[in-house]
Design a binder for this molecule. Structure first.
Ligand code: FAD
Ligand code: FES
Length: 293
């Protein structure tokens, strides 16, 4: 059964069933420089866009003192409810270390241990800005994962949205098909696709060209890109929500490893008060040890 609680200023979150459960890998396919790992969660609820799972590859995790020891956090990139209950989940992976390496090696039929869905999802545009005419989605690299799910959720409900995606180079690009839409603005630093430069160049053009006052911006990507989006929106008085990363050991509020400084002092635990945060809530979108560059 799926449960939801409402939080002031944030989207409804779907709560995770207690404890870790086993799901079954049904596909693990390359997509550009990334992999899309799909698994069937027989009993879990359908996540909201922006929520994440703590993942462990059943029999391919550590042992003999080798890393990884702890589960790793991954955004839900796709979530398709199944007739009779449960959900088929898709995770977009970039192989950057022992955890992502083990997950990338999983084969069909193997076990994937999951805890989730966790964290606070993206809000609806009109919850962020009552005058919002639609959403602008800005993704960088592997950060397109939660935005793919957000785009589909907005489209299913008839909420207008425009998408901008940026990549460092060909090796750090993939998953664009998850957007299921041909009208996506593209940028790459090496010029292999779309505008040669940063995706934030496209965002600046869009915000300055039209409709900044009625926009709500949603973003996920490397910290430097998120910080640029945050500052760009702040300068123009545009509301934005960012999905951040920080090192997560537990994913549900117990270890305090994911603390991120708040704009008005103090800290938030990103796993329970994020990973989606409003731009004006935080001091910086570049918390230490974020992982992806
Ligand atoms: C909410 C959330 C959602 C996420 N969603 C996704 C997703 O959809 N897809 C995806 O591929 N990843 C995602 N990540 C990132 C992923 O969880 C991490 O990259 C994870 O650490 C990878 O594990 P690993 O064992 O492969 O690599 P690790 O050994 O953990 O290393 C990962 C990278 O971080 C660097 N690093 C490690 N520790 C530090 C440190 N202390 N300071 C600075 N850099 C450090 C390493 O050099 C390496 O580049 C998400 C993270 C969070 C918090
Ligand atoms: S990851 Fe443990 S408190 Fe956030």
């Amino acid at each position: 059964m799926s449960l939801a609680v409402s939080r002031a200023g944030g989207g409804d979150r779907t709560l995770a069933p207690l404890g870790r459960r086993a799901s079954r890998v049904v596909a693990n396919e390359p997509t550009g420089g990334y992999r899309l790992l799909s698994a069937v969660d027989e009993t879990g609820p359908v996540p909201e866009a922006g929520q994440f799972y703590m993942l462990t590859a059943g029999t391919r995790w550590g042992g003999d003192g080798r890393r990884p020891w702890l589960p790793r956090a991954f955004s839900a990139a796709t979530a398709e409810p199944r007739e009779g209950g449960g959900v088929r989940l898709g995770f977009l992976l970039e192989d950057v270390g022992p955890g992502t390496g083990s997950l990338a090696a999983l084969r069909e039929g193997e076990e994937l241990l999951i805890t989730g869905p966790l964290g606070r999802p993206y809000s609806d545009p009109t919850d962020l800005n009552p005058d919002a005419a639609g959403a602008i989605l800005v993704g960088g690299g592997i950060g397109l994962a939660p935005l793919a799910m957000l785009r589909r959720s907005l489209a299913d409900r008839g909420i207008p949205q425009r998408s901008l995606l940026g990549f460092r180079d060909r090796a750090h690009a993939g998953g664009m098909e998850l957007f299921r839409c041909s009208d996506v603005g593209l940028a790459s630093e090496d010029g292999h696709v779309g505008h040669r430069g940063y995706v934030t160049d496209l965002l600046a053009r869009m915000l300055d060209g039209d409709g900044a006052a009625t926009a709500a911006v949603y973003s996920c990507g490397p910290p430097a890109m998120l910080e640029a989006v945050r500052l760009m929106c702040a300068e123009r008085g545009v509301v934005c929500e960012l999905a951040l990363e920080s090192p997560m050991a537990c994913g549900f509020g117990a270890c305090f490893g994911c603390a991120v400084p708040l704009a008005d002092g103090g800290y938030m635990r990103l796993c329970v008060d994020g990973p989606v945060v409003r731009g004006d809530q935080i001091e910086t979108a570049m918390p230490a040890g974020s992982g992806h560059r």
